[in-house]
Design a protein around this ligand. Structure first.
Ligand code: 5GP
Length: 380
């Protein structure tokens, strides 16, 4: 047994220090970044924000919406082969911004082979790949990643999750991975730290793994733990090339999954009609509309996810995810604007002309308190 005494940081342990800047407006900031990769022959020009490949946030609708911001979507792995073929055949324009997710099972690899063969036969381009397993520390994972790299030399491969530099290097060097996904236990609906005691504070994980990846020409994606736009800025400041979001996009209109709806009257005012709209949804005098109210959001290793996709929790496993009911948050578009607006503003505070410059200009200050919470509970 050994103890590491150095302080390891999370997003809420720091603030970013402002510094002299010659940017006069947020509109001067470029949120698009150009990437080239250690293995993929493809290049990528994008806003480096990714929707997580959870079965709520990694939806086709999300991909269409995020592509308007040139942001990325990692689709969840539960779409059927035919659904994927159909989507990619009809959305070739956004293909470079969409990653197909797979695990390491033979079934997943066979599915991707089938989808990609069909697309190639129809003279269509193939999308990039996200190889996702909860614990990226296995030899088998590295080998499987390398098998996929050999099959598709041109595509961008993102794989994870890990939290340490040596495994980041291993995945890039021996797994043929371009972007390593960093984060264990930090997710909003993740209970790994509660069940296993395993984890690593997210900001320190990305600082340490980012250094390792960049030394090899690779990149990292900070996955999990962003709760507010400031956390995304801190992730970029701390060396992340990409930031993946689950909980922050969950509950926005482009999510798939089990929504709870309410019927409300279109013609009457909101407050006085709250009762009527419940008991008279089909009365022609009161035309009604269906509105999203809550979304069931759960971890991909939760009991709910395993029951839905794998027919239950295997007897040698435990659930490592939470299931929550979250209120509808409005449009994905609004949330994305808020996030990109936050990044632009942060850039102007530190004199960074682009997201690429952000980490070079970042000086973190360790703090005990990140912001004033007095009126938080009155927030509308
Ligand atoms: P969030 O942005 O919600 O904080 O984190 C999203 C990330 O949490 C996902 O991209 C994924 O890496 C992780 N995650 C999703 N579901 C689960 C789960 O059931 N268990 C664990 N341990 N992590 C999860």
């Amino acid at each position: 047994m050994k103890i590491i005494d150095d302080i390891k940081l999370d997003f809420n342990d720091v603030l970013i220090r402002p510094r002299r800047s010659n940017l006069s407006s947020r509109s001067e900031v470029d949120t698009i970044r150009e990437f080239s990769f250690p293995h993929a022959s493809r290049k990528l020009s994008c806003s480096p924000i990714m929707a997580a490949n959870m079965d709520t946030t990694g939806s086709f609708e999300m991909a269409k919406c995020l592509s308007k911001f040139q942001a990325i979507t990692c689709l969840h792995k539960h779409y059927t082969a035919n659904q994927l073929i159909n989507f990619f055949e009809n959305n070739q324009n956004i293909l470079h911004l969409v990653f197909c997710s797979i695990g390491t099972s033979q079934k997943d690899i066979d599915k991707i082979k089938y989808v990609y063969n069909q697309l190639k036969e129809n003279n269509k381009n193939i999308p990039n790949i996200c190889i996702d397993i909860a614990n990226g520390y296995s030899e088998n994972f590295v080998n499987k990643a390398y098998t996929i790299r050999k099959m598709y030399p041109e595509i961008i491969i993102i794989a994870g999750n890990v939290v340490t530099p040596e495994m980041t290097e291993e995945l890039i060097l021996r797994g043929g991975v371009d972007i390593v996904k960093i984060g264990i236990g930090s997710g909003s609906v993740c209970t790994t730290r509660l069940k296993t005691g395993i984890g690593y504070p997210q900001l320190s994980a990305i600082m340490e793994c980012g250094d390792a990846a960049h030394g090899l020409g690779g990149h990292i994606c900070s996955d999990g733990g962003c709760v507010i736009p400031a956390d995304i800025c801190k992730a970029f400041g701390g060396n992340a090339d990409f930031v993946m979001l689950g909980g922050m996009l969950a509950g926005t209109d482009c999510c798939d999954g089990e929504w709870e709806y309410e019927w409300r009257c279109k013609t009457l005012g909101e407050d006085e009609t709250r009762n009527k709209e419940w008991w008279q949804p089909f009365d022609p005098q009161y035309p009604t509309e269906k509105r999203k109210v809550y979304l069931k959001f759960y971890g991909m290793s939760s009991k709910e996810a395993m029951s839905k996709h794998d027919g239950g929790v295997a007897n040698y496993r435990t659930s490592e995810g939470r299931c929550v009911r979250i209120p509808y948050k409005g449009t994905t578009q609004n949330i994305m604007q808020d996030i990109l607006g936050g990044i632009r503003s942060a850039c102007t505070y530190i004199g960074a002309k682009s997201i690429k410059d952000f980490s070079k200009k970042t000086i973190f200050i360790r703090v005990n308190n990140t912001h004033n919470r007095i009126y938080e509970k009155y927030d509308k």
